[in-house]
Design a protein around this ligand. Structure first.
Ligand SMILES: [Zn+2]
Length: 405
């Protein structure tokens, strides 16, 4: 039986932008981040969520949202790295080699040896200092990485709290906030169709779904990567770490480890797995441009959701506040809010007849009817939430979701 996807449609919203300068230095009140719509997801099949992120959506816990790039001061472009073609840059290779040297060598002052591209294999370098991979019997430190389904533990929360306090100067993050943001997920695990499932290395995941990747140094938890493993990609949700390891660039290490995971899964017979989604690329925020340093990367056109090589997008991102790649003439300059898109994008009733909403639940049986036949549709506010959400999903994808209100 196929996995049901169920969620509550949410309309447009806005919040102050987290990527602009700190509030006291903002020049105008236009520094706002807009959302086209949201979806409070009870559960989602991994295939449906894959299609959502391919249309610019992301999730925070069970709350999914679609940013409105046209209206936002700092447009958030969906970026993906072709992980199968990925070649680490010289500085990225240095990060891996430096960490491996720290783990493996008690005398940590040896000159760098293997930063040359020719002698660098991402997969073997990523695992070279790991305890469960053989070569580390006489290592100076014990380094372990474990992939496990997303779950709560006091140890993870303590690290998260420390990270928020050290890196984001927020000492008061609650365990409830941590669970809502990084533990809960609407994704329903489903088996990964490896070509030969009897021959899959033990450290690779067997199911699609939401995971925590735990980094332990000498038995102490030093970092956690929150990732979704989906049919066509690994999607990085968040990464938090102990600031005392900051000089080792653990965030970069985690991105390379995730790229390596994709290569290894593909090699093991997960044939559709090929990309790393690193979250949003925000050109207007210099701190967020590092995502463009992994190559070859592609940005999704914010209207058509087709992919364009990042290099080919840069000049338009420099020129326009809101840059479109398929139809460059739709790009916008200036910081003024152009408002919501007009009735030109109204959805014909015909195609809405296949979008389903829960009408009633009787004796454990859920009865659904077309959304346009429901009482919700007669309520102007609710109808607006539905149409915004359906438009942001696209009708074909909205048909895959059972809505409730
Ligand atoms: Zn901004």
């Amino acid at each position: 039986m196929p996995v049901l996807s169920i969620g509550q449609a949410l309309g447009p919203g806005s919040s102050s932008c987290g990527y602009c300068r700190p509030p006291e230095h903002r020049r105008s009140i236009n520094e706002t981040s807009y959302k086209k719509a949201g979806l409070l997801a009870v559960k989602l099949s991994c295939n449906v969520y894959q299609r959502m992120i391919d249309r610019g959506w992301r999730r925070s816990g069970k709350y999914c949202y679609s940013p409105d790039l046209r209206r936002s001061c700092c447009p958030q472009y969906t970026i993906k790295l072709d992980a199968l073609e990925y070649k680490p840059s010289r500085s990225q290779r240095k990060v891996v080699n430096r960490w491996n040297r720290y783990i493996l060598d008690s005398d940590n002052k040896q000159p760098q040896s293997s930063t040359k591209q020719l002698s660098f294999s991402l997969q073997s370098s990523i695992h070279a200092s790991e305890d469960s991979f053989k070569s580390t019997e006489r290592a100076a430190h014990k380094f372990e990485v474990k992939l496990e389904p997303a779950s709560y533990s006091d140890e993870k929360y303590a690290l998260y709290r420390r990270y928020q306090s050290q890196i984001h100067q927020d000492p008061d993050s609650s365990s409830t906030g941590f669970k809502n943001f990084l533990v809960q997920s609407p994704l329903v695990p489903e088996p990964i169709p490896y070509a030969d499932s009897s021959n899959v290395p033990r450290h690779l995941p067997r199911d699609y779904g939401s995971y925590h990747q735990l980094y332990r140094l000498d038995d102490e938890l030093i970092a956690v990567g929150v990732i979704d493993i989906l049919p066509f990609c690994v999607s990085s949700v968040y990464f938090f770490y102990d600031a005392k390891w900051e000089k080792y660039s653990l965030g970069k290490l985690s991105a390379m480890r995730e790229a390596s995971l994709i290569q290894e899964m593909h090699a093991a017979g997960a044939q559709t797995m090929d990309s790393l989604y690193m979250g949003f690329y925000i050109h207007s925020c210099p701190k967020m441009r590092y995502k463009g340093e992994y190559s070859p990367s592609y940005l999704a056109d914010p209207e058509e959701f087709t992919w364009y090589p990042l290099n080919s997008c840069i000049s338009k991102l420099e020129q326009y506040r809101y840059a479109t790649f398929r139809y460059p003439e739709h790009s916008l300059e200036g910081s003024g809010d152009p408002g919501e898109e007009g009735p030109a994008t109204a959805i014909p009733n015909q195609s809405l007849s296949d979008v389903k909403v829960v009408n009633s639940i009787e004796e454990g049986v859920v009865y659904v009817i077309p959304v346009i036949a429901s009482d919700h549709w007669k309520n102007g506010l609710l109808r607006n939430e539905f149409t915004s959400c359906i438009r942001a999903l696209g009708v074909d994808l909205a048909k895959e979701i059972t809505f409730y209100a």
